[in-house]
Design a protein. Structure first.
Length: 442
């Protein structure tokens, strides 16, 4: 891990420590392996909140944060420890099979965390007698209940004694508090998201060259994913949607196994991940390289909504206002074109929201709704959002002319809220109808 990454993760632990206060302790568990079938596991993926605080990507680990400091291990004289990482012990045989382990001795020099311990010593701080010294205990409860293997064994006694702990110490899940932190991206995080967007744009550009009638959706997906990896992304931000014709009217379509037909549109919703940070782009292309008159009509309405919403973004604007603007632009455009008689019916055909926060998760795990005593709807500098208006007319759409049936159009960009407005991180990806036709023709 380089110096910039160490400083970023250290800053997140410091801020989290400040927020939970000196009367608290946090024990946050990392992910474990999950079985796929027989003796094969799914590829390992670290919990995003754990990664946010540590940058550590090995399984079977846990982070302890004590803002006031404690002696560790308990019952022994030692240094006043504010943070500790519990990791798998070194094991030459297992490392021969599954790869090198960091080991507790390298926790501080490699990760910048105060001290490391072998994870079996985690048992010593999971006892009620130890935890009840604190007024609040922060844990990632929703994730820890699904842990497997050696960490599940370590957790067994703790889970059985949680009722004793909870009667003396307030037990709080960390997700909401970390979500509040994650909503505002640091410069380091913005760099990672920008890189993910750059990789996605290059990959879309390459994939655009192969789109033609007769190709299978799966071939388009394969080309896109090849280019992600070829350009520096280890994996997708989420399963790609490659939807030709009527498939585009299924919002989370991911079968991606149908032949592309001449005269249809192709909707691609996909994004590369870089260093655990996501991009999220949607573009809609004519399969044969040329929009029909009716396709272009719908496309231009969606494009106008996309561009108007992006222009509206600035600090102080409510995300819900952007959503309303999108529906208003779509409804007016369809009504003026004679496609939609009653503008109040727009939600039947726009269906989803105009966007979401973007970061470590594609739909970033941050609080974005208004609460009784706090406002998570108002945009602030450092928010990263998607803007993705769409129109969908599946077969049988009542009140919609039949010639528009089986048409789905979505256009999505990734926007950073700055002090002065919004910066489109995916502006390098073509989206004007004429630009698309020229690119596909060439």
């Amino acid at each position: 891990m380089n110096k910039e990454e160490k400083q970023f993760h250290a800053s997140r632990r410091k801020e989290f420590s400040r927020l939970i206060g000196k009367d608290s302790i946090a024990i946050i568990f990392g992910s474990t392996h999950k079985n796929k079938s027989y003796d094969a596991d799914f590829p390992f993926k670290q919990f995003k909140n754990f990664h946010y605080l540590t940058g550590f990507i090995e399984a079977n680990s846990a982070l302890m944060i004590a803002p006031a400091g404690i002696n560790l291990p308990p019952g022994k004289k030692g240094n006043n420890i504010f943070e500790a990482l519990y990791v798998m012990k070194k094991d030459p045989l297992m490392e021969t099979w599954n790869g090198k382990r960091l080991g507790f001795e390298k926790v501080k020099p490699e990760l910048g965390i105060d001290i490391g311990f072998e994870n079996e010593l985690l048992r010593l701080i999971l006892f009620p007698k130890f935890l009840n010294k604190f007024r609040k205990l922060y844990i990632n409860f929703g994730e820890m209940i699904n842990l497997t293997g050696e960490m599940k064994k370590i957790l067994t006694f703790f889970m059985e004694s949680l009722n004793i702990v909870a009667s003396n110490t307030e037990v709080i899940d960390v997700s909401y508090l970390l979500g509040k932190m994650r909503a505002v991206k640091t410069e380091f995080e913005i760099k990672q998201i920008k890189r993910a967007c750059e990789i996605s744009i290059k990959s879309y550009d390459e994939t655009l060259k192969i789109i033609k009638p007769g190709l299978n959706e799966s071939q388009v997906q394969a080309n896109l994913e090849f280019n992600y990896k070829n350009n520096g992304s280890k994996e997708n931000a989420y399963p790609p949607i490659v939807a030709g014709g009527e498939n585009a009217c299924v919002l989370h379509y991911d079968s991606n196994d149908q032949v592309l037909k001449n005269g249809d549109l192709l909707l691609i919703d996909s994004g590369a991940e870089y260093n655990y940070y996501c991009s999220d782009i949607t573009r809609t292309f004519p399969v044969n390289g040329k929009f029909t008159k009716l396709q272009k009509l719908i496309y231009e309405i969606v494009l106008k909504a996309n561009e108007e919403c992006i222009k509206k973004i600035k600090p102080g604007i409510k995300f819900s206002e952007i959503h309303k603007l999108s529906d208003d632009v779509l409804a007016k455009g369809l009504n003026n074109a004679g496609v939609l008689k009653d503008k109040m019916d727009i939600k039947k055909y726009s269906v989803h929201g105009v966007g979401h926060h973007l970061g470590l998760d594609t739909h970033d795990a941050v609080s974005s709704s208004r609460k009784l005593k706090e406002d998570n709807d108002t945009l602030v500098p450092g928010n990263v959002l998607t803007i993705e208006p769409g129109l969908y007319f599946p077969a049988g759409s009542k009140g919609i002319p039949k010639e528009f049936w089986n048409t789905g159009v979505r256009i999505e960009d990734d926007i950073l809220v700055t002090n002065n407005g919004g910066e489109n991180l995916t502006r390098g990806m073509i989206k004007e109808a004429g630009e698309i036709e020229t690119a596909m023709r060439n």
